[in-house]
Design a protein around this ligand. Structure first.
Ligand SMILES: *Cc1c(COP(=O)(O)O)cnc(C)c1O
Length: 432
């Protein structure tokens, strides 16, 4: 399988090259030359397959021969080695819990897969690879955890100062070793802008081999399809496929869901649930792409004004906006609605949502009100303990801290505070 750049100026490359490069030389996102179709029997008999077998079936066409069958199986097995249950909240709404991995957020899956692929691909290189990543919250922790101590790989993480939760901050600053955390005095969009500038800096790229671990990397994006098939395996009413609602920021996760759908994943409809950062809901309504600046919300991992993966979604639908709108709608939910949903779902259903899941829950509830014969699930992207302030505001209670987090929270924060200025970042990268 080859991957071509969506800017159409660079040559098509293999999965291995796309993983190492992150972004195409023409700054486009890589996209597969064709979308594989899974067999009807695989979809029908999915309950007979283990999660590892499902993941292999989904990812193998993309990876081709770049990894041996044994190596790919090892990577896939290590990627999905925690529970991903589909839990019922109400009669119509379930929650696909993606927060049982090491950093308690769904990004563990993409980050674990990517770090292991990259580790395998750079094993025999003389030159070190530097992974540069901007995070609005959870990417940093998942990437730090996934790449910790991987030989030949240095990791530099930029995060907006004061805009990630204390647990998130510890997850990306406490590791040390080959993981360097930069605390940027600015927004996530500033961090993302600085990272993009580093990739276009010709002088810098002569000195070091830079790659990205953001959701634009195909090795992070593609494995996110796995759990939609795990959900289908657990879906009881196979005659009535689910409405799938994905809390969205950079739109990588929903983009993986849509890709899975084109490959054969049954679904009635998709909802990209956004917070006050409503660039895409407005775009779908008006057909005018007018990104605003990012605003801070309680669901901070979705505080993105210019979702980088949206261009891939347009490509999946061959730039046909009506076809896209037919499959996917997008909502914008306020912080007040988010808190209200956390409170109500906890008191009525005894289910504690995190703010991102809450944005999803209310969006799905609104949709099902209008489509009473449908059922669906939200993708619960993070554990509520990562957002104690929102939970306190909504319910007045403290989320008990899991043991795995207690020791982490006691470790010192190791980060460097820098202004939102590209020259400062360039200087730091030059000295790595
Ligand atoms: C990253 C993240 C999101 C948004 O995912 P995208 O793929 O960027 O749309 C949602 N919720 C949580 C908890 C996240 O960490």
């Amino acid at each position: 399988m080859l991957f071509h750049s969506l800017n159409h100026q660079s040559k098509a490359v293999s999965f291995k090259e796309a993983t190492i490069l992150g972004q195409a030389p023409d700054k486009g996102l890589y996209f597969p030359e064709r979308i594989p179709k899974l067999s009807a029997s695989f979809i029908r008999d999915i309950e007979k397959y283990s999660n590892e077998e499902i993941a292999m079936e989904v990812i193998r066409p993309y990876v081709s021969d770049d990894l041996s069958e044994d190596e790919l199986l090892r990577i896939v097995t290590e990627t999905v080695n925690f529970p991903i249950p589909l839990v019922s909240i109400t009669e119509g709404i379930s929650s696909l819990e993606l927060f049982h991995g090491p950093t308690l957020a769904f990004k563990d899956i993409g980050a674990r897969f990517m770090s292991r692929c990259l580790g395998a691909f750079v094993k025999d290189r003389a030159e070190k690879v530097t992974v540069l990543v901007a995070t609005s919250g959870d990417t940093g922790g998942a990437v730090a955890n996934g790449f910790y101590d991987v030989p030949g790989v240095e990791v530099v993480i930029l995060y907006p100062s004061g805009k990630v939760s204390p647990v998130q901050e510890k997850q990306l600053t406490a590791m040390g070793k080959n993981i360097k955390a930069l605390e940027v005095e600015g927004s996530f969009d500033d961090c993302q802008r600085m990272v993009k500038q580093a990739f276009t800096d010709v002088e810098l790229n002569k000195k070091l081999f830079l790659t990205s671990a953001n959701s634009i990397n195909v090795a992070r994006w593609l494995p996110q399809q796995f759990y939609y098939f795990f959900a289908w395996k657990q879906w009881n009413d196979k005659g009535n496929p689910p409405v799938i609602c994905v809390p969205s920021g950079n739109f990588g996760n929903i983009c993986a869901a849509l890709l899975a759908h084109i490959s054969g994943l049954p679904a009635k409809h998709f909802i990209a649930a956004c917070n006050a950062n409503d660039t895409i809901p407005r775009y779908l309504e008006t057909a005018l792409y007018q990104p605003s600046t990012a605003v801070a919300t309680l669901s901070n991992a979705m505080d993105v004004a210019e979702p980088s993966n949206f261009i891939r979604i347009l490509e999946i639908f061959q730039q046909q906006l009506p076809a896209l709108k037919n499959r996917m709608s997008s909502t914008s939910i306020t912080d007040e609605q988010t808190l209200d949903t956390i409170r109500k779902t906890y008191s009525k259903r005894h289910y504690l949502l995190d703010p991102h899941g809450a944005v999803g829950f209310i969006s799905l509830e609104q949709y099902l009100d209008k489509h009473p014969h449908d059922n669906g699930y939200i993708v619960e992207t993070a554990h509520p303990v990562k957002f104690p302030e929102a939970i306190r505001l909504a319910t007045g209670m403290e989320v008990p801290i899991p043991d795995s987090l207690k020791s982490l929270l006691q470790q010192p924060k190791k980060s460097e505070l820098i202004p939102a200025s590209y020259p400062v970042l360039a200087e730091i990268l030059s000295n790595i």
